[in-house]
Design a protein around this ligand. Structure first.
Ligand code: NZQ
Ligand code: ZN
Length: 383
């Protein structure tokens, strides 16, 4: 296990009927901006619960954060914050709303173009305080410092993060997720699954706590996924999925180990160019990464096969194949398609993505050997 130094400062408020608790977390004298997406929170009662809780605060609202949030939209929120002298932000929604809020919080007092945070041209030196009310378990954004923002003008989707962009608190009420369409529930399960594999499915880091914890999260997903598909309002199933997603990416299982993230980086390009949902992109790419990286990842794929899917028979290569098939079958069991052709991405599309990796000179993966030519091989196998 490698050395590590880490603190996750996010206060979690978990459970039924907990949205009203936000009043205790935001000082009475703060001017609050509620940030949300396309309006799902108005249909499922979450908006009413939030505004009820803030009835004695001075609050404003900013809506219209799109899935895969746009830089351009975030800048409009910054304008409103300056105009209304807002002190505190409250993100109410899924990963997109939370990510946008992080970016907005950091952008408010930055003198330059905040896209600099995404390209690495500038560091984040401060941010407005913010809390979150999570309505879509998937990204872990409610319990980490990361955010992913898309510049629509150039079709670029990039990730950023800073110690200043942790939420002060996050409210996780599983009942808010009853209204999720099946597609978003499935996306969230796949996103959580792949967050775990990005940190676990590398090489043997001799980090048993992290490994068993990771396997525990994967088992929760496999156990609860079929149940949520047939009974979307089972509280305990929703609660387990919600808490699993926070743990998938609250960065604890990634401590002391080398992490991968190639699947995510390739997936981001599929979203940037083709607007494919984040979870769907991961379902396409992960089986390809496992296949192409089968030698580098051998020990961990075999371990995952045995401990998660009970695959113990056959040669090493056969067991690796069976494990990759089991992963893909799991994604398909959630009615998610796993091939590029299912989303009309052709050879030209693959070339476009590969060119980006070539231009950026990125070398991804836990060993830093996933260069553009390897990305090409991965995508070719997923046609
Ligand atoms: O916009 P509204 O109307 O709220 O509808 C949303 C949206 O259309 C809807 N939704 C959310 N909660 C709902 C609901 N509909 C009914 N009932 C509810 N309770 O779901 C749709 C998708 O929402 P979105 O927030 O886009 O999904 P998700 O949470 O999957 O977030 C995806 C974004 O997060 C980024 C992704 O790249 C993508 O941009 N990620 C962020 C990460 C992080 N910050 O750590 C890590 C992830 O790997 C990921 O990259
Ligand atoms: Zn993800």
């Amino acid at each position: 296990m490698e050395n590590f130094k880490f603190a996750n400062p996010v206060k979690i408020i978990f459970g039924k009927d907990t949205i009203k608790e936000i009043v205790k977390e935001i000082p009475q004298n703060q001017r609050v901006l509620i940030i949300y997406g396309g309006g799902s929170i108005k249909k499922n009662g979450v908006y009413d619960q939030v505004t009820q809780a803030l009835q004695h605060h001075t609050w404003f609202e900013f809506s219209g954060i799109e899935p895969n949030p746009h830089y351009e939209t975030c800048l409009k929120a910054v304008e409103l914050i300056n105009k209304e002298e807002i002190d505190f932000l409250l993100a109410v929604g899924g990963g997109s709303v939370i990510d946008a809020t992080k970016f907005i919080a950091a952008a408010v007092d930055y003198g330059g173009d905040p896209w600099d945070f995404m390209t690495g041209k500038s560091k984040i030196n401060g941010a407005l305080p913010f809390g979150t009310v999570l309505t879509l378990p998937a990204t872990g954004s409610e319990m980490n410092k990361g955010f992913v923002i898309t510049k629509a003008a150039t079709q670029e989707k990039l990730a950023g993060g800073s110690a200043h962009t942790y939420p002060k608190f996050s409210v996780l009420d599983p009942e808010t997720t009853y209204s999720l369409p099946e597609r978003q529930t499935a996306n969230g399960i796949i996103d959580t699954f792949v967050h775990v594999t990005e940190q676990y499915l590398t090489f043997d880091n001799h980090a048993l706590v992290q490994d068993y914890f990771a396997e525990g999260i994967l088992k929760v997903l496999l156990e609860e996924a079929p149940k949520v598909m047939t009974k979307p309002t089972d509280y305990n199933v929703r609660a387990n999925l919600m808490w699993a997603s926070s743990w998938g990416l609250n960065d604890w299982i990634g401590q002391g180990v080398e992490t991968d993230w190639a699947t995510h980086m390739i997936g981001h390009e599929l979203t940037a160019f083709y607007n494919i949902d984040h979870g769907q992109t991961l379902a396409i790419v992960l089986p390809g990464v496992m296949d192409v990286q089968r030698t580098d990842k051998k020990e961990k794929i075999l371990r995952m096969g045995k401990n998660i899917f009970n695959i113990t028979e056959g040669t090493e290569n056969e067991r690796i194949d069976k494990t990759i098939t089991a992963v893909e079958n799991f994604f398909q069991s959630l009615n998610v398609k796993t091939r590029l052709s299912d989303y009309n991405v052709d050879e030209v599309g693959i070339e476009k993505i590969v060119q980006r990796f070539k231009d950026r000179k990125w070398a991804l993966g836990e060993r830093g050997n996933v260069t553009y030519d390897v990305v090409k091989e991965i995508l070719q196998r997923r046609r």
